[in-house]
Design a protein around this ligand. Structure first.
Ligand code: ADP
Length: 479
């Protein structure tokens, strides 16, 4: 691996935290410290804010084609360095190298997509109903942004926000999760190399998220927050944004239902379940959290899923042939184990897995639970681990009611061979995205986001850039 970047990136320069503080980055596969990175405080946040604010006007004037070319170059650099970035991500986050390589490609794709969108920002002109007044519409960058990302997709959550912000002409401060700062710092290095002007992107790594972010959101100079993380933290940040009326995009938690009807192709459903559950070891807001399976196929589905889950190889993400890496940290693993214990106490049958292994690293085995009691805690908690909880249902209305009986609404998965039923059920789910006979919905070209307490706004797709743009309407009377 080439040199690991471990300082703050402010105004185009690599700098230590003002008070010299650093924080450790752990390898979840061993529990050992990988390296230390700068641990920013409020003073560093002010410097990053100043850099972003100073760079904004000129960046907004920069030709869309120039912004587009920077993203395109960065896309190419990311692809060129796939292996290096994948190793970095596996080291700090734990996912198997094959998945990390997949994420590098996914992450790069946001830059390619938004390099294409940067030159298609539209405006408009028209005549008002009185036939006399004209309106000219132009679109402006919203201004300096704060981007807060989680640890589960260390690279892609960054590019999904940075890509549209650059394309729209916004400057920004990126605050990555403290568990996974290295991928974001590497990304900043790549963007600098791709020609991004100083101050457009600033990266502050910190273990003191609240102390760093709150003054920025309350300060009146940051005009936009784009956040991906838990609903609990999202609520706190929305309250902070309210005082200064900061625009927000919020990608919050999920509690995805995965519905298998009696007319589903079970091979397709089990394949879908493996992806919807096991992508990223289940550490995804899109992860299937509640499996509702029609009573007549539940036994067979559970048996087949348990067989597939039981065949997965658990181990360090860097080892050849490993399918399932460690969970992010001891707290994450303890939460998964507690949720399983609670379900088992309420009568769930363990078809496979369910035991925390001894030894170093935050490993947890792929687990399938059948006959889960609807009152179990994992029904209304994001499991964020490799645990499939199966419940049965008898009819369509009942399963829809139960699937929608949650404050979240990010994604749902529906498996049926009936076209009518597939569309009817998908359209009745209170979610922002549906996988119909597929366990994977995420794609840079599609709008990603949720309804209800899963969030506000969309990322990716044609609309992803809108989150970073404001309309300006110019009224022109023609006399
Ligand atoms: P998770 O439980 O998956 O770690 P969080 O919502 O806690 O999800 O974290 C998502 C991101 O939000 C991380 O970058 C984290 O550092 C950040 N974060 C957590 N608390 C705050 C806060 N009070 N203010 C700003 N950012 C925060």
């Amino acid at each position: 691996m080439t040199e690991v970047l471990n300082q703050l990136f402010i105004g185009g320069a690599w700098v230590d935290a003002a008070d010299g503080t650093t924080m450790p980055v752990d390898d979840p596969a061993t529990g050992e410290i990988l390296c230390h990175v700068a641990d920013a405080g409020p003073k560093d946040a002010r410097l990053a804010e100043e850099a972003a604010v100073q760079a904004q006007a000129e960046w907004a004037r920069t030709a869309p084609r120039a912004r587009s070319e920077i993203l395109r170059r960065a896309y190419e650099l990311i692809i060129e360095r796939t292996d290096e970035l994948a190793h970095l991500m596996t080291a700090e986050m734990g996912k198997p190298l094959a998945e990390a390589r997949g994420e590098v490609a996914y992450a790069a794709e946001f830059f390619r997509w938004f390099s294409e969108e940067a030159v298609r920002i539209d405006g408009g002109c028209g005549t008002l109903p009185d036939g006399r007044n004209r309106m000219l519409l132009s679109r402006r960058p919203v201004g300096p942004c704060l981007l807060i990302t989680p640890w589960n997709f260390p690279l892609a959550m960054g590019t999904r926000k940075i890509g549209p912000a650059i394309a729209a002409g916004c400057t920004m401060i990126l605050k990555p999760a403290p568990q996974t700062p290295l991928s974001s710092l590497a990304l900043a290095g790549i963007l600098k190399e791709a020609g991004l002007p100083d101050g457009v992107l600033n990266v502050v790594t910190t273990s003191r998220a609240g102390e760093v972010c709150e003054p920025l959101l309350r300060g009146g100079r940051i005009r936009k927050l784009s956040f991906t993380g838990s609903t609990g933290v999202g609520r706190i940040l929305l309250a902070q944004c309210a005082d200064t009326v900061v625009r927000t995009s919020m990608e919050l938690g999920g509690n995805a239902p995965f519905i298998v009807f009696d007319d589903a192709d079970l091979d397709v459903a089990v394949d879908g379940a493996m992806v919807a559950k096991m992508r990223n070891m289940g550490e995804a807001c899109t992860a299937a959290n509640r499996f509702f399976v029609h009573r007549s196929v539940a036994e067979e589905f559970g048996r087949r899923l348990a067989e597939r889950m039981g065949a997965l190889v658990v181990g360090p993400g860097t080892r050849d042939g490993v399918d399932v890496g460690p969970l992010i940290d001891a707290t994450g693993r303890a939460k998964v184990a507690e949720l399983v214990a609670d379900a088992v106490e309420r009568g769930a049958r363990v078809l496979v897995g369910g035991r925390t292994p001894e030894g170093p690293g935050c490993f947890y085995p792929p687990t399938v639970l059948a006959d889960v009691d609807p009152g179990s805690r994992l029904m209304d908690t994001e499991i964020f681990g490799p645990v499939a909880a199966i419940l049965t249902f008898d009819d369509e209305d009942e399963v829809l009611r139960r699937a929608n009986d949650t404050p979240w609404g990010l994604v749902g998965y529906v498996f049926t061979q009936g076209l009518d039923r597939g569309l009817r059920v998908s359209e009745s789910l209170e979610v922002g995205m549906v996988g119909l006979n597929t366990g994977l919905v995420s794609n840079p070209a599609a709008p990603f986001g949720g309804v209800k307490q899963s969030g506000l706004g969309r990322e990716g797709g044609r609309v992803g850039i809108d989150e970073f743009l404001e309309y300006q309407y110019l009224a022109v009377p023609v006399r």
